[in-house]
Design a protein around this ligand. Structure first.
Ligand code: FAD
Length: 310
């Protein structure tokens, strides 16, 4: 049996999360990539080139333009019955429709998989990443969401999969999208950024957060992140929150300024390649995960670092 991976895209380009899901799925068996969308020829072509993908299935229908969970689920469920595993990235999109897929297949979803031991045994973090559970599933179809930061990216080029068109399944009482509010930014997307500059309560105000961290992020071409305390205090927008109840990131470089390093924050960033912590309290727990720690006042250290990079 093969593995069905649900591609994530914006109807134009394939997202990096798809390549990570393909890398995970390739450890389980032959990978078939399912592209659901509207006007997705370019996405299907890109999907066919991904190394390790044996087949691309495409459902191209205007009803799928917005990737609404109800409509996506209706396409995935009948196809899933021919597969041993259904895999999607554990992103907002994957988390939206995969539980519905699992429920309709009457199987348990295995969420946020970070390791694959065998075709039925998976590792996933629990207790905010403080313990790793090894889960064995006896379900006939395994429905998995995989954490991208734990896998490599399959090469975007090198494959030559056949593309098969599949007719869309109509949905009773088709849901309609009322509106979508999307933040736009010139910065890289937080979960995809190679460098993240994050600030905590130590920044003291929204104005200081901006004045101190933005120049450094600009120099490094970085995304901005924040602790929950910084978000709750209004220093940074909600969608910058990193951690257990925020985003999970694993950039090449994570700079944490004025962040104490509570376990709930570490749960979202401790897999970063290199962690730099700037904190005036040498006992701050962030130093336990930092590769480079600077015990200093961030209002002096961050501008000095920014100036050196100039
Ligand atoms: P603080 O803990 O107040 O730390 C501020 C730090 O700044 C201190 O270490 C201080 O020494 C340092 N500092 C102050 N001034 C300076 C200065 N001038 N120069 C240098 N350093 C300075 N938190 C998250 O971040 N993400 C989550 O997703 C998240 N989810 C949670 C879920 C649950 C269920 C719960 C209960 C909590 C969650 N939290 C989360 C909150 C978490 O427990 C902490 O409260 C939070 O991370 C603290 O943020 P902070 O480090 O910015 O603030």
């Amino acid at each position: 049996m093969a593995v069905l991976v649900i591609a994530e895209h914006d109807n134009k380009t394939l997202k990096r999360a798809t390549l990570q899901a393909v890398d995970a799925a390739a450890r389980l068996g032959e990978v078939h990539l399912l592209v659901l969308g509207s006007g997705v020829d370019a996405v299907a072509q890109a999907a066919a080139k991904v190394a390790g993908v044996a087949q691309v299935k495409v459902v191209d229908d205007p009803a799928l333009a917005e990737s609404l969970a109800e409509v996506v689920t209706a396409q995935v469920v009948p196809l899933a019955k021919d597969y041993s595993h259904v895999v999607a990235a554990a992103t907002a999109h994957g988390k939206d429709f995969m539980p519905r897929v699992a429920a309709l297949l009457d199987v348990a979803q295995i969420s946020e998989v970070t390791g694959i031991d065998s075709a039925d045994t998976f590792r996933r973090p629990i207790y905010a990443g403080n313990a790793i559970a090894t889960v064995q599933s006896s379900d006939p179809i395994k429905v998995l969401t995989v954490r991208g930061t734990s896998f490599d990216e399959a090469a975007a080029e090198g494959g030559s999969a056949a593309i098969e068109k599949v007719a869309a399944v109509a949905v009773d009482g088709q849901p309609a999208l009322v509106g979508r509010e999307q933040a736009s930014s010139d910065r890289p997307e937080l979960t995809a950024a190679q460098v993240v500059v994050a600030g905590g309560r130590g920044l003291g105000s929204a104005e200081q957060f901006q004045a101190v961290l933005e120049p450094l992020a600009d120099r490094l071409g970085a995304a901005l992140g924040a602790s929950r305390a910084a978000v709750d205090a209004g220093y940074a927008p909600n969608d910058w929150q990193v951690g257990q109840t925020g985003k999970i990131v694993a950039p090449q470089l994570y700079i944490a300024a004025g962040i104490s390093g509570a376990i709930q924050h570490l749960a979202g960033m401790k897999d970063s390649r290199i962690i730099v912590a700037i904190n005036k309290d040498e006992e701050a727990p962030i130093f336990s995960v930092a590769d480079y720690g600077l015990v200093a006042d961030l209002f002096e250290a961050v501008p000095a670092l920014t100036a050196k990079l100039g």
